[in-house]
Write a protein that binds this ligand. Structure first.
Ligand code: OGA
Ligand code: MN
Length: 371
């Protein structure tokens, strides 16, 4: 009897297989990470995946800050056709460019970020300028108030995802950053998707107490195009599930520089990020971020040299953070958005945090003893 009641309760509580594992990995002291797939030491479920080497010239790879595609280590995962994991293919020093863009440039207007939702527009014009001194001075041990940059949770690019209606729309669009579009085109082409158009981006900013809730990215109108995901800074556990939440997900590590491609069958699978972890080397930053950029960049490179001062700010930020960029093609070639019906959708998504969940002080307005 008690057993039946408990079963009914877990169903009512929505405790499906995905949720159970999400909660398991979200626990701070989840010390049993043996079951987590690590593509840098591939095991049984992992196989080497062939890329489309001839689709990207070495010159274009270099321009995007990437190694020649013939040198990339790409993997598939049994049971997840269309899922491709690329182990950090960035050239030395090049990840730093994307980190700087995500912190200094992309949060700027006309792009949209979570802080715009409850702050006066003039207060979010220069998050970088307002935060850099505070960040640079920050000690590593004692708790200090978060700078504006550390309160950033998400930024949207191109067609701006509306967290409430869960839709993109024709009339909420700003130019997509050309450097990031170029990077995305090369990665998509290497995975067999020539002609990919980077039309929308969601940048997620995580700290050690953040997680990203269980979701499917289905708002794009063309699901035949892949979803690209780039990670920088500290590591995370990523959960890749099935078409239903009752299917138990596979847990895997994502480290700095790693790229994930969700396409075909895997394009519409449930996924989540239950946990952000210190990088496995145990150093403040992973060693791939210590590497300096080559002094001679190729003609047409989208990677730019950045000042030591800028990098110091980024490095400080990344000591306790992870940045993820997900890039999407929204419309098929030649496709247009359907006419608006005039009825505005009502969503339940918490706008402020996107699908982020966290237990940061900033959100709860009270001290939190476990972090
Ligand atoms: C997303 C997403 C995964 C990540 O933004 O839709 O799934 O690793 N991000 O942050
Ligand atoms: Mn997603």
């Amino acid at each position: 009897m008690a057993k039946m009641a408990a079963a009914a309760l877990t169903r009512e509580g929505g405790e499906d297989a995905f949720r159970r594992l999400f909660r398991f990995y979200r626990q701070r002291d989840a010390s049993d990470l043996r079951g987590v797939v690590d593509f840098s030491a591939p095991g049984g479920q992992v196989f080497r995946s062939q890329l489309s080497i001839s689709s990207v010239s070495d010159q274009d790879a270099y321009r995007a800050g990437l190694q020649p595609v013939s040198q990339w280590k790409a993997y598939g995962l049994k049971g997840y056709p269309g899922f491709i994991f690329i182990l950090n293919p960035f050239l030395p020093g090049c990840q730093r460019h994307w980190v700087k863009q995500c912190l200094k440039l992309y949060p700027q207007k006309p792009n949209v970020c979570n802080l715009d939702l409850h702050m006066a527009p003039e207060k979010t014009i220069d998050l970088w300028g307002q935060s850099k001194e505070q960040l640079r001075k920050k000690g590593s041990s004692k708790w200090e108030p978060r700078s504006l940059l550390e309160k950033l949770r998400w930024v949207t690019l191109g067609y701006h995802y509306n967290w409430d209606t869960k839709k993109y729309s024709a009339n909420h669009h700003t130019p997509f950053p050309s450097d990031l579009a170029f990077l995305s085109e090369q990665v998509a082409a290497a995975c067999g998707f020539r002609g990919f158009q980077a039309q929308a981006g969601i940048l997620n900013y995580y700290h050690f107490d953040s997680s990203l809730g269980i979701h499917v990215d289905e708002s794009e109108l063309d699901h035949s195009r892949p979803l690209l995901s780039f990670s920088f800074g500290q590591s995370s556990i990523f959960l890749l599930g099935g078409l239903k939440r009752e299917e138990a997900p596979t847990a895997m590590f994502m480290h700095s520089g790693d790229i994930m491609v969700m396409s075909g069958f895997s394009r519409l699978l449930y996924h989540a990020v239950p946990r952000v972890l210190p990088n496995p080397e145990g150093t403040a930053l992973p060693s791939c971020l210590d590497q300096a950029l080559s002094s001679d960049l190729p003609v047409g490179s989208v990677i730019e040299h950045s000042s030591d001062e800028d990098w110091q700010v980024c490095a400080k930020y990344l000591q306790s953070s992870r940045i993820n960029m997900t890039i999407r093609q929204v419309l098929a070639e030649g496709q247009k958005f359907p006419e608006e019906s005039g009825t505005k959708g009502k969503g339940q998504a918490p706008s402020e945090d996107g699908h982020h969940q966290d237990n940061s002080r900033a959100k709860r307005h009270k001290p939190n003893t476990d972090s």
